[in-house]
Design a protein around this ligand. Structure first.
Ligand code: ADP
Ligand code: TRP
Length: 324
């Protein structure tokens, strides 16, 4: 029995280490299991709630497509597409909105957090969880791999599936389960959660001097060079753990505890590891940039496959609701 998996990433800026270790790395690993049937999409309809400039939108969509492919997404194993190429999701979203109470949406943390950060509270931003529920339920996935911040949205999706099934006395929509990524919280250069909206990111595309500048700027405390240091409390070490082997991590931890290691040197070690870890990704991304027709064809092909599944579910929902 194939196990369908679905996830989406918004094209709302350049991707960073938090996006990779929190979400994308797991998405790519999940495609390797033969029983898995992954569907991954670029959530461009969702990004419209924050990106309101056509040029930037095009650039970010292309960027996410290049990043996924360069990081190892295999279009033969995974169906990879753009959300807006499957307009059926907006129809299902409307049908869900008609059976969903206002109270459910009013409890959404993500909406409140975004408004608190200064994002305009549009109707679309409020309605975001309904669209997200539709673009999950329409593919009937068993698992939705996401970061911790998205769990509430998945729980709301489970509720909306049940409201629909109860209202129309049917079993059409299937309850999805969240699957949590292990790199749950990658720290940014200031030690807070790495996020585009905090300006503390290390972008995947950075290299050379630009990467060096960002890594050298990672915040550390003022323990003198000769004193022993606690690796568990250091942002540099937390980032190093993502890209170094177990033996390398253990060796650096020993040096922290022994004293005599300056943070500048730890940052240089981190810089070398980061640079090497993402070198093949950068090379592949550059190649793909010269081959945008291929990238477009992957997305077109993915949309065609995804749309077939989406149409079938939408028809079942319409029948259940008396529209067919
Ligand atoms: P941002 O906070 O930069 O706007 P998004 O909200 O677009 O990032 O997140 C896209 C995906 O990356 C989500 O699944 C989210 O959980 C994950 N993610 C983002 N930042 C981090 C982080 N610092 N640590 C772990 N995962 C993260
Ligand atoms: N809301 C998700 C985020 O900000 C992106 C997203 C949209 C998504 N639709 C989805 C994730 C469906 C998983 C499944 O990261």
């Amino acid at each position: 029995m194939p196990v369908r998996i679905l996830s989406g990433v918004q094209p709302s800026g350049k991707l960073h280490l938090g996006n990779y270790f929190g979400a994308i790395k797991q998405h790519i690993e999940l495609q390797e299991r033969p029983e898995h049937e992954p569907y991954y999409f670029i959530a461009d309809f969702h990004a419209m709630t924050t990106v309101q400039d056509a040029e930037r939108m095009r650039e970010y969509i292309r960027g996410v497509a290049l990043d996924y492919l360069a990081l190892g997404l295999d279009p033969k194993r995974a169906t990879f597409f753009r959300q807006s190429d499957v307009p059926e999701v907006t129809e299902l979203a409307w049908m869900l909105s008609a059976v969903t109470g206002m109270g459910l949406l009013e409890r959404a943390h993500s909406y409140k957090d975004k408004v608190a950060k200064g994002i305009k509270p549009s109707v679309g931003l409020f309605y975001y969880p309904v669209l997200m529920a539709a673009d999950i339920l329409i593919y009937k996935p068993k698992f939705v791999p996401v970061g911790q911040d998205q769990v509430q949205h998945i729980e709301m999706t489970q509720d909306m599936a049940q409201y629909f099934n109860n209202t129309y006395k049917c079993e059409v929509l299937v309850r999805p389960e969240p699957r949590l990524d292990k790199g749950a919280k990658v720290p940014g250069t200031d030690g807070e959660k790495m996020s585009k909206s905090y300006g503390n990111t290390i972008d995947l595309q950075l290299e050379g001097k630009a990467l060096k500048k960002v890594v050298m700027g990672v915040k550390t405390d003022s323990t003198p060079v000769e004193d022993p240091k606690d690796p568990a409390k250091c942002n540099v070490f937390a980032l190093y753990q993502l890209v170094a082997s177990d033996a390398e991590q253990a060796a650096l931890a020993e040096r922290y505890k022994a004293g005599g290691l300056g943070y500048g040197e730890a940052k240089k070690l981190l810089l070398e590891k980061l640079d090497a870890y993402f070198a093949s990704y950068r090379a592949k991304r550059n190649d793909l940039e010269q081959n945008l027709d291929y990238v477009d064809s992957v997305l077109r092909d993915g949309a065609e496959r995804a749309r077939k599944v989406a149409r079938a579910t939408l028809d079942e929902c319409k029948k259940a609701a008396g529209l067919l």
